[in-house]
Design a protein around this ligand. Structure first.
Ligand code: GRG
Length: 297
């Protein structure tokens, strides 16, 4: 991350952290074990990439910060829920996340299941909260967009394909279909929700922004696969090499490492081309595409 982007990102990350801490139930409120585990799952970790994308997209439409913050927190709560469930023994069975024991290891499996359920509900409660800066029809569309992105035609559907693919070799288009859903749908939603908090874009601008979001969502996953193959566990804060070990098809196993890296670069260039006509308004979107492609964890 460039120092200028880092500076901006730190401000957004702080806002998001404070808002999430306010929106999450107090750790000592009954049922305290569940509430404590929800806070453990969400706070004090994570790159907050989806909120950063929402804020960057909001700049494109001069969106009010309070509205973007609400949408960004909703997306991050869905993301946190997905990680808790993904780490469960019946799914990816992982014991390390964000450099800490996963929720089912720190607490127990039943609590982890409920943490995911409750975080998903909280996400929609947060997004549906009265927001004077948004008209009701727009807010309803945003709820619908997030529900679709998280559901069986989006993230949960992608996860189902992922689980069914273990031990199978997928073609590159099949792998892309899986990741456009599993990882891409929520990233795409983050970008669109951020933009929808401001003045409406025309159809061509909306199409360009969506193309950017699709490219960045896929690049994020390609880079995740490259890092899984190359980076050490201590850097990643999660178990490195796990996908290959579990017999999961990845961009590295399907394309090979050099071609996977080249694909990430192509997607980055495509994303940058898509937002270039927006000029300086898309400065942070462009810088985030660079960061997502070149990140080290
Ligand atoms: C359980 C319905 C359900 C879905 C799970 C997103 C997902 C679907 C599983 C996560 C598995 C995984 C490691 C996917 C690779 C890409 C990804 C989403 C990585 C984690 O996101 P980051 O890097 O995490 O943004 P932080 O910790 O920074 O928030």
């Amino acid at each position: 991350m460039t120092p200028a982007l880092q500076n901006w990102a730190t401000g957004v990350q702080r806002l998001v952290e404070e808002e999430l801490a306010l929106r999450l139930p107090a750790a000592d409120a009954s049922p305290a074990r569940l509430h404590d585990a929800m806070r453990y799952a969400v706070l004090g970790g994570g790159k907050r990439v989806r909120p950063l994308l929402a804020f960057a997209a909001g700049e494109l439409t001069s969106a009010p910060q309070v509205a973007v913050l609400q949408a960004a927190c909703a997306v991050e709560l869905i993301h946190a829920y997905s990680l808790v469930h993904d780490d469960l023994p019946m799914m990816d069975d992982d014991s390390l996340r964000r450099g800490k024991p996963t929720v089912h290891v720190e607490y127990d499996e039943a609590t982890a299941l409920l943490v995911g359920d409750a975080l998903q509900s909280l996400a929609f409660e947060v997004l549906a909260a009265p927001q004077p800066q948004l008209d009701a029809a727009r807010q309803r569309d945003m709820l619908s967009l997030l529900a679709h992105a998280a559901g069986s035609h989006g993230m949960a559907g992608g996860q189902a394909i992922d689980l069914a693919s273990i031990g199978h070799m997928l073609t590159a288009p099949e792998l892309e279909f899986m990741h456009i859903h599993k990882t891409g749908a929520l990233i795409r939603a983050a970008v669109r929700l951020g933009a929808w908090c401001g003045t409406a874009l025309d159809a061509e601008a909306e199409r360009r922004l969506d193309h950017y979001a699709k490219c960045v969502g896929l690049a994020f996953q390609v880079v995740d696969d490259v890092l899984d193959a190359e980076a050490p566990t201590a850097t990643l804060g999660k178990t490195a090499g796990k996908d290959a070990h579990d017999g999961k098809p990845t961009y590295v196993s399907v394309l090979g490492l050099p071609a996977a890296k080249e694909l990430a670069e192509e997607l980055r260039r495509d994303a940058l081309d898509a937002v270039a006509p927006f000029g300086d308004m898309a400065k942070h979107l462009a810088e985030l595409a660079d960061y997502i492609t070149h990140r080290s964890y």
